[in-house]
Design a protein around this ligand. Structure first.
Ligand code: SF4
Ligand code: SF4
Length: 191
């Protein structure tokens, strides 16, 4: 369903999702195939089809539930839901937008603190080196989550196995990566 067929509340989360990632929540007809195929649906407080249902109501109390949910942080971006959805609704891209939005509105579910730290560290690694710099990622995660000593004994072994790299290899096209991050930070209002 397009904007012309359904007048969508302009201050709703569904509207923002349409605008930023072109996912139309109103197209979902609640067949449940996304939730049935999602590998982490059982761990989620709101399985993906329920997230869609809440967004469809365009009520701010339900938008709030979505932004404060654990589900948006548990999503693995595996795209199983997308491959099964008869309406080709891009739930993974939507989840990514919801994570940025949840952070910028300071609505991150407190139980998800460690996952959020990992998410931030992952984005920093890509932002500053253009690729995943494993040692940097671990140190940044430790800093963000303040778990400074846990697992650190593993690092020397991983370094000698060649699994961790001290110096990040910079991508040749870093200006392009920097541009993407600048655009995302400006649009999403989050770092
Ligand atoms: S992308 Fe996320 S919501 Fe979709 S199936 Fe994978 S984990 Fe579940
Ligand atoms: S598979 Fe697609 S149409 Fe079915 S419930 Fe999930 S999002 Fe909605």
């Amino acid at each position: 369903m397009s904007h012309s067929e359904h007048s969508i509340e302009r201050d709703s989360l569904a509207y923002a999702i349409e605008k930023h990632v072109e996912v139309h929540a109103q197209k979902c007809y609640q067949c449940g195939k996304c939730s049935a195929g999602c590998p982490v649906a059982e761990e989620m407080d709101l399985p993906p089809s329920l997230v869609m249902r809440l967004l469809q109501t365009e009520k701010s109390s339900n938008d709030d539930k979505v932004l404060r949910s654990e589900s948006i942080w548990l999503c693995l971006t595996c795209e199983m839901c997308l491959s099964r959805c008869p309406m080709e609704i891009d739930i993974p891209s939507m989840m990514d937008y919801l994570r940025q939005r949840s952070r910028s509105e300071k609505k991150v579910n407190p139980k998800m603190k460690n996952i959020v730290s990992f998410h931030k560290a992952f984005l920093h690694s890509i932002q500053y080196t253009g690729r995943l710099f494993e040692l940097g990622l671990i140190l940044d995660y430790k800093r963000q989550s303040l778990k400074l000593t846990q697992d650190m004994m593993l690092a020397p072994k991983m370094i000698s196995n060649g699994k961790l790299h001290f110096i990040p290899e910079l991508l040749k096209d870093m200006p392009h990566i920097t541009k993407i991050f600048k655009k995302t930070i400006v649009e999403g209002g989050s770092k």
